[in-house]
Write a protein that binds this ligand. Structure first.
Ligand code: ZN
Length: 376
């Protein structure tokens, strides 16, 4: 009797614990318990909006460049679900407590180009101007695993999720996704705000594609003169994340019935911003002015050097050194532009989106079934 009672108590306790750590699943996308409740609710609103909103104007570029079969809700949801399956919260931190490993098998393709960490001593998150909106964690885990020849995954509440391919689709919410200053209007769950977040999901989803050197469609450093100069927030291909994000947004704006014209204008500015991140690198420079710029930056370095000697605080020294480093990088970049002088005008490259690794595609029937059961 006592034993039974104890067991019952234990079962009741387990049930409580299980419900406290329950992963939410909506339309096939799983939300880790670290995602704030109101954020899960908003993202569910977004997915529902994507799935149910009637499409009357199809953006042809979105279909062609994104290789989306049909521009309707079920097909867009399917496209996303093949690239985004797990979402963890902003507070989720990779640690030995939640990283899991297993023997891995990887394709014998060249490793992806890595951003040169030496030339970029400052990380984006140390730059107050840069706000992370979302991150494709799975792509990073896959590439790290490929380097180590080991599958690396995370404990996703009660499930072990290994990044056997960037298509495993593990995203992390960033501080910018729900930041008030980024909202198109006050209601976080309005159609306009859903479109902003959906475009972010499409952008991140593209980071689950690509192979060999361009696995994950990595960003590249924005060039001098760009408003994001020095940050890894640009790309040179014509079908990367900024393209897909912008085109999905343009497609959804055209079909938004409840968006006001002010909201459409605000969203279109986001589209323009994404297009601005796609650069024809060498073309952007007026070669004649390069020497002039180099000279100007060199003189700024000189004045920093002399100010540095007048300042004694370690923190100020550090700041000057960091500024000097940045300027030296800029000069190095400008000088390298001279080598492009005789090169012909670049053609925009369309990279092969075929994904790497071990994954199982989600069929349209499966994704529809997942969403329809969530909507019941
Ligand atoms: Zn990106």
């Amino acid at each position: 009797m006592e034993k039974v009672m104890n067991k019952t108590v234990l079962l009741a306790l387990l049930a409580t614990l299980t419900s406290a750590y329950a992963t939410e699943d909506f339309g096939g996308v799983k939300f880790h318990t670290s995602v704030e409740k109101h954020q899960v609710e908003s993202l569910k609103v977004d997915l529902k909006y994507l799935y149910q909103t009637p499409i009357q104007n199809t953006d042809k570029d979105f279909l062609t460049i994104g290789e989306v079969a049909v521009g309707d809700g079920p097909n867009m949801h399917n496209w996303l679900l093949n690239r985004v399956k797990y979402i963890v919260g902003e507070g989720f931190k990779l640690s030995t407590n939640n990283i899991v490993t297993a023997p891995g098998k990887f394709p014998n393709t060249p490793m992806a180009d890595k951003p040169d960490s030496k030339s970029n001593p400052k990380k984006d998150d140390e730059n107050p101007q840069i706000v992370t909106i979302m991150t494709n964690l799975g792509g990073g885990l896959y590439l790290f695993g490929k380097e180590q020849k080991t599958y690396i995954g995370i404990k996703f509440d009660n499930e072990k999720v290994f990044a056997k391919s960037p298509r495993t689709g593990i995203l992390q919410v960033g501080e910018g996704l729900f930041l008030k200053q980024f909202l198109v209007n006050k209601d976080p769950n309005s159609a306009a705000n859903s479109i902003f977040r959906l475009a972010t999901l499409f952008h991140e989803a593209r980071h689950s594609d690509g192979n060999s050197k361009h696995t994950g469609f990595p960003h590249m450093k924005c060039p001098v003169g760009h408003k994001m100069a020095g940050s890894f927030a640009c790309e040179t291909s014509g079908n990367g994340s900024y393209s897909i994000g912008a085109l999905s947004e343009r497609h959804l704006i055209q079909n938004c019935k409840t968006c006001t014209s002010t909201e459409k204008t605000a969203l279109s500015a986001g589209v323009a911003d994404s297009f601005f991140r796609i650069i024809d690198e060498p073309k952007q420079y007026k070669l004649a002015s390069i020497q002039g710029q180099v000279d100007r930056y060199a003189s700024i370095i000189q004045s920093y050097e002399s100010m540095k000697t007048l300042k004694s605080s370690a923190n100020e020294q550090k700041q000057y050194n960091s500024e000097i480093e940045k300027l030296k990088e800029t000069i190095k970049f400008l000088k390298s532009q001279n080598n492009f002088k005789m090169a012909s005008a670049p053609k925009r490259v369309f990279l092969d989106p075929k994904p790497e690794g071990d994954f199982r595609p989600v069929t349209l029937i499966e994704s529809k079934k997942a969403m329809d059961s969530s909507l019941k």
